[in-house]
Design a protein. Structure first.
Length: 236
């Protein structure tokens, strides 16, 4: 259990996973700040979803409203400039060489967490929370637990600070992630995440499904939909 007097910085994209991680942090820390990245992603609409999620969480729990601190956004367009991926280019999503989908942005989580640690250093924060998951994922090597643990050690050594990288979703599938949201904030939080978080890689917000908005066909939508069906079946 974490120290209730401490502050956490949550990587908050506006997606399902990061919204669940934000609730997890609000349940544990006295103060929580959020950080999103504008890196030229096709689904940049996710960043616009953050405000409604933040407002909704404040309305859900007065204690969460008191704990929520600043919401930061960092622009790192260089990541898109050096990447050739389906998340940063208008190309079809498909499997690439080496068995990885071309939605993999090399170094993205390493860059995100390093920038987060640099911001946390300035703000006197040692706890950093991210939605990386090795259970339901597309094989991205920077989502693996070993990667996060190695980076945690590197950040501690490189900045001489006792940073802790928390990944509460690491061993959860998407159904269990929906379940964690319900455990943390009841049906109100689940509904908030369904309506206002964004997962679709193509940035589609037009079609409404039982699991939320999205194209329904990209890998991110299919994974979210599958998790919702399994969660709903368990809850029935």
């Amino acid at each position: 259990m974490t120290d209730a007097s401490e502050t956490a910085l949550v990587l908050f994209s506006g997606g399902q996973d990061s919204a669940t991680c934000l609730a997890w942090a609000l349940d544990r820390f006295a103060r929580v700040e959020t950080l999103g990245f504008d890196y030229g992603q096709r689904h940049a609409v996710e960043l616009d979803c953050r405000q409604k999620l933040l407002e909704g969480m404040k309305d859900l729990h007065p204690a969460w409203a008191e704990r929520l601190g600043e919401n930061h956004t960092l622009a790192i367009p260089t990541l898109a400039e050096i990447s050739d991926t389906a998340l940063t280019r208008n190309v079809a999503i498909e499997m690439g060489e080496g068995g990885l989908p071309n939605t993999f942005v090399p170094g993205r989580n390493l860059v995100f967490l390093t920038f987060a640690a640099a911001l946390a250093y300035r703000r006197g924060v040692t706890h950093i929370v991210g939605g990386m998951c090795e259970t339901d994922y597309s094989g991205y090597p920077d989502c693996r637990n070993d990667t996060i643990k190695a980076l945690e050690s590197a950040l501690q050594l490189g900045m001489d600070k006792p940073f802790r990288l928390h990944t509460p979703l690491m061993w959860l599938d998407k159904a269990a992630t929906w379940g964690l949201a319900h455990e943390l904030g009841g049906s109100g939080l689940v509904d908030l995440i369904r309506e206002h978080s964004h997962t679709c890689y193509l940035g589609e917000r037009g079609a409404r499904h039982d699991w939320g908005f999205g194209c329904g066909e990209c890998p991110a939508c299919k994974l979210r939909a599958k998790g919702w069906r399994e969660y709903a079946a368990r809850a029935a």
